[in-house]
Ligand binder design. Structure first.
Ligand code: SAM
Length: 247
């Protein structure tokens, strides 16, 4: 059988292609891409003329079966998305899962992903983190998700649309507190790249002053500070004895 290569592509800066990604995309029989016209520009930049076929949210299931037949017939296929790593808040899961089920090898060609790029510069703890994908667009669902973040002991990472940033920051201040540590990475790897790192209330006032907020965003929330450890009963007794003796 053939191999399915899951290939990461740049999240803005065309120079962020790996040598291996360029080689593999040039060697495979077919590239499955979210938006073939968008990806053609990237491939042209690298002089890659491999055939493209669409693979997106709306044809994922049917297309997976067609691609599987070709893989089983011995063709190597690459999967790419519009930007970053396929399957990370992007299509691909169906195809990868079907490949595992049919014993077709799946190989990662790693590279950019906004989650990892954002975390790497956020200045927040990263021994553990939780990636939530896109925050829900509806207010109540978003607030419920943020309520679940509030007591997390790991950094939380989420994707958000720029026109919802202010509403989301207001919810973060309200639910997680004005002193909650946040980092917002905007337009990573692009011309207007910026990073905000500070308290939630500062982020809200800083972004509120702008005429408009554009571009792509990653929001990261620092972990909740550890609660003061509860005293054991013997510690409480000791504490009580000491305080009564002193008074
Ligand atoms: N698969 C991609 C990855 O690996 O990062 C994510 C795809 S998802 C459909 C697109 C979202 O990722 C954007 O709305 C934004 O939240 C985030 N994103 C993508 N590129 C970004 C960039 N250059 N700077 C900041 N966020 C970015």
């Amino acid at each position: 059988t053939g191999i399915l290569y899951v290939v990461a592509t740049p999240i803005g800066n065309l120079e962020d292609m790996t040598y291996r990604a360029v080689r593999v995309l040039g060697e495979v029989a077919l590239i499955a891409a979210e938006d073939t016209r968008h990806s053609r520009k990237l491939l042209n930049h690298y002089g890659i003329s491999t055939r493209l076929i669409s693979y997106h949210d709306h044809n994922e299931k049917g297309r997976s079966e067609q691609l599987l037949v070709r893989l089983q017939g011995g063709e190597n296929i690459a999967l790419i998305s519009d930007a970053g790593t396929p399957c990370i808040a992007d299509p691909g899961y169906q195809l990868v899962q079907r490949c595992h089920h049919e014993d077709v090898p799946v190989v990662a060609i790693p590279g950019p992903s906004a989650v990892i790029a954002g975390l790497s510069i956020a200045g927040l703890p990263t021994e553990g983190f939780r990636f939530l994908g896109f925050l829900p667009a509806k207010t109540q669902a978003r607030r419920t998700m943020l309520q679940r973040c509030r007591d997390e002991t790991a950094t939380q990472v989420m994707y958000e649309a720029p026109h919802r940033l202010l509403a989301t920051l207001a919810d973060i201040v309200d639910i997680c507190g004005s002193d909650c540590r946040v980092a917002i990475a905007r337009e990573l790897t692009k011309r207007h790249e910026e990073l905000f790192a500070g308290m939630a209330a500062e982020a809200l006032s800083s972004f509120s002053e702008r005429d408009s907020i554009k571009g792509e965003l990653v929001i990261m929330l620092g972990p909740a500070p550890p609660l003061a450890p509860a005293m054991t009963i013997s510690e409480q007794l000791l504490h009580l004895r000491q305080t009564t003796r002193l008074s």
